[in-house]
Design a protein around this ligand. Sequence first.
Ligand code: HEC
Ligand code: HEC
Length: 477
Amino acid sequence: MESKTSKIGRTITAIVIIIILLIGSVGYLAWYNFFRQVDTYYESVEDHFKYGSIGTENAEGVPYWIWLVLPRIFPDKLPKPGGYTSLGITWEEGQELPVGFSKKIIGFPRQGITCALCHSATYRQTPKDKPTIVLGGPSNKFNLQGYIRFLSDCATDPRFNADYILDEIKYNYDLSWFEKLLYRFIIIPRTRKELLDVKESLAWMEERPDQGPGRIAQFNPVKFRVLGIPLDNTIGNSDMMSIWNQNQHEGFALHWDGLETSLTETVNTGAIGDGATKKSINIEGLKRVEDYIRQLPAPKYPYNIDQALAAQGSQIFESNCASCHGFGGEGIGTVIPIDEIGTDRYRLDMWAQEAADAYNEFAEGYDWDFDQLRKANGYVAVALDGLWLRAPYLHNGSVPYLTDLLEIPQKRTKVFYRGYDVYDSEKVGFIAEGVEAKKEGFRYDTMVRGNSNQGHSYGTELVAEDKQALIEYLKSL
Ligand code: HEC
Ligand code: HEC
């Protein structure tokens, strides 16, 4: 005969087992739907550069399905038709994601950004052509500020709710009954809140001059949001840079003002700046990017070059420019003091020793820790490889064409349009004036704070024929 106590004992054990099973399955469900990580590995390094995760999805990534349908719900908040491409984002035919975007499952699919968002250029010979994409070039038409404004404007709109969003997602993907519940009660409200928080934490941008396409305030968001530096009045608007051919740049100071000296740290701070956290940063994936940009060649000029004229120009380059820009020149890759170079100083004054110290402290204890950030006092004499595709020129993108850079500052173009990617092979740069450029581009006024086109007057005294020869040579770099 079984005793009464053992019966009670068995019942309690059964209840405990049921409770454990219940907690276990709730735990499993929570883990599966919010934390389970599934990454995509891209065989080709180009695809990895374009789409491979660098670890930005956790903190800053919008849930993929929501992100995908926002342009369809809010076309009124975009500058023109075309969804995300209206913000200068490039979407190759047949690809799941635009260039510069990653997708990773962390419980549910989330979207993130990659280096290629700001480091891939496009150009066209005529407006009818399909743009050619050049990886590693500066993204001349991508408007990051416009993109941030679009996402936060969506979140402030009452249509940003489960009814609208789920109704739109169904055209792309069949969410299960349970997933719909999660989206309705957790994921959509949380995304809205996160986007509103981002809007608030970037409110300072609205009080400063617009960045426009191809330019961003690279370091101020990191200063204020990641490093805890108090808000200041600086304007850090700077042009995207090309990142190819890094092996030949070994030992050069990095960034426009040379605030870094290590390429690995520049790559990893790039990911932190894009929203990766100490925990989520994908060091292995970033190493693959670094190896790629080390040997990625600068693109050749795609149009005709008059070789005899270029050979003449090479002599002029030797005597006027090579000391600072020729590989092997004593000044290349070093910081030229601001008083000597005389270009706009807002970008330089955005960065201070205090910020460099905070960044050097930031990842203390991690084996990828930063130590090489510093404050410099001028701008780097950058290598000119692939120069033809790097217009508009100078760190703030204030000079639309190479021919313009060889004019004295007073005679350079005062107002132009940037973000139009049709190429002007006469002036060497993108078409920046006229009806089409005006329609597609952003009005760049050199009188606005941070936009000055003064300084760098090297070569401006050359006679017209010498300038022409020099330009021909510069095309070949
Ligand atoms: C949101 C746009 C953006 C993204 C994304 C981005 N960068 Fe950059 N990057 C810039 C800008 C702008 C600069 C120049 C900033 C400055 O110095 O003011 C720059 C500078 C650099 C430089 C310095 C180049 C030189 O010659 O000095 C390197 C290297 C670089 N980025 C690599 C990367 C890598 C690798 C990634 C991805 C992990 C990345 N960047 C992601 C915008 C971006
Ligand atoms: C004393 C050093 C020095 C000399 C000499 C010099 N430069 Fe520069 N150059 C710089 C510096 C520094 C910058 C970056 C300035 C900035 O962006 O504010 C620069 C930037 C440039 C850029 C813009 C690059 C880009 O990506 O936007 C071009 C083009 C250029 N120089 C061409 C020339 C040519 C052509 C000559 C010769 C006629 C020349 N430079 C002579 C120091 C020099």
